[in-house]
Design a protein around this ligand. Structure first.
Ligand code: ATP
Length: 335
């Protein structure tokens, strides 16, 4: 587990304040995410965790300016190195995406087109941002692939995406994402499609990026085990709202929200096959348009009481943690 978070005094890189995304549905506005606020510091690895449908991808794509559903409304603030990104023109946002913020997805095949070699595509990415010849770009491509632990990088660069194993493809995707030296890497379930051994290697690679490239990482996952292995800090989402935040070490030792406790109980054994999706707790999260009044987790919570029919505010819960639970400081959720 990433027990020490050495960068708590480093500069804020990404400051998200009160980010809300809603869509119109049958004449009313339905929130996909609500009041999301967090700060990602330089060289920090922050895990964004929650079950399917909790709003992780919507949060990430809103930050990246990639949400384009008609009628969708984004409010709040996303500041990257002090610059406001919400409301920025598509052209300026594209420039920031290519230069400062890169994103990698669960399925590495989506990052590459099948008809060009992997090396060609990474070269193109480099040449789009720097005035380099193909030969110079290829040297950089090969160097990046080598840094990502790709064996025989010169030969691998000349192969097509389908000729690589899943693990090698994901390494190549990370190499492409890093080709412009982004300061922020957003990784959306980057290891879910990979087998356990390769997952561990890719997570190791991501954890070393802050040392090799000085990157900050927003790591999206449904798997608390992945957070434990990789992240300095954690933000737990439930039904589009923050359930709990804190440093990984503190939150793992003393979860303050019953949903966090349930997720921690779902961590599969360290050894053995890791199931694709573990049922964290009986029942499923509500869809955005079916979110109950009050605490959205209360229908699945053993400790729910009458007060939970009002929305619990996100409040300090000790140890630098914050939790949206009326009982978060009483200690009754500790295990
Ligand atoms: N463009 C959209 N239009 C309408 N609803 C959307 C849109 N994108 C996501 N949603 C809904 O918003 C909710 C949050 O989705 P999101 O993809 O962020 O969840 P997630 O936590 O990333 O889940 P997963 O782990 O399955 O990717 C879901 O109920 C989803 O159906």
């Amino acid at each position: 587990m990433a027990v020490n978070f050495p960068h708590s005094t480093s500069q804020p890189l990404l400051e998200v304040k009160d980010l809300c995304v809603s869509i119109p549905s049958y004449g009313r506005s339905v929130a996909l995410i609500e009041h999301i606020s967090f700060t990602l510091r330089e060289r920090e690895i922050l895990g964004l965790v929650g079950e399917s449908g909790s709003g992780k991808s919507v949060t990430a794509t809103a930050i990246m300016g990639l949400l384009d559903t008609p009628g969708l409304k984004i409010t709040g603030s996303v500041r990257f190195r002090g610059q406001e990104l919400v409301g920025l023109s598509a052209r300026k946002m594209r420039a920031i995406r290519g230069r400062d913020i890169a994103m990698i997805f669960q399925d590495p095949m989506t990052a590459f087109t099948p008809v060009y070699t992997v090396g060609w595509q990474i070269d193109e990415q480099i040449m789009a941002h720097e005035r380099l010849s193909r030969k110079q770009a290829r040297e950089r491509t090969v160097q990046l692939l080598a840094e990502m632990g790709v064996p025989d990088p010169t030969r691998t660069a000349n192969r097509y995406p389908h000729q690589l194993s899943g693990g090698l493809r994901q390494r190549a995707v990370i190499a492409m994402a890093l080709s412009c030296n982004p300061t922020l890497l957003i990784a959306d379930e980057p290891t879910t499609a990979l087998d356990v051994t390769v997952q561990a290697q890719i997570l190791e690679l991501i954890s070393t990026l802050r040392d090799t490239h000085g990157s900050s990482v927003l790591l999206i996952t449904h798997d608390m085990g992945v957070v434990a292995e990789t992240c300095d800090s954690v933000m737990v989402l439930y039904s589009g709202r923050i359930a709990e935040t804190g440093l990984a070490e503190a939150l793992f030792a003393h979860p303050r929200h019953p949903y966090t406790t349930a997720l921690l109980n779902s961590i599969p054994p360290f050894y053995g096959e890791r199931p694709h999706r573990l049922p964290a707790i009986a029942g499923t999260p509500p869809a955005p348009h079916e979110r109950p009044a009050g605490c959205a987790f209360s229908p699945r919570c053993h400790d729910a009481q009458t007060i939970c029919s009002t929305i619990p505010p996100l409040s300090p819960a000790g140890n630098g943690q914050q939790a949206a639970c009326f009982f978060s400081t009483s200690g009754q959720q500790e295990h």
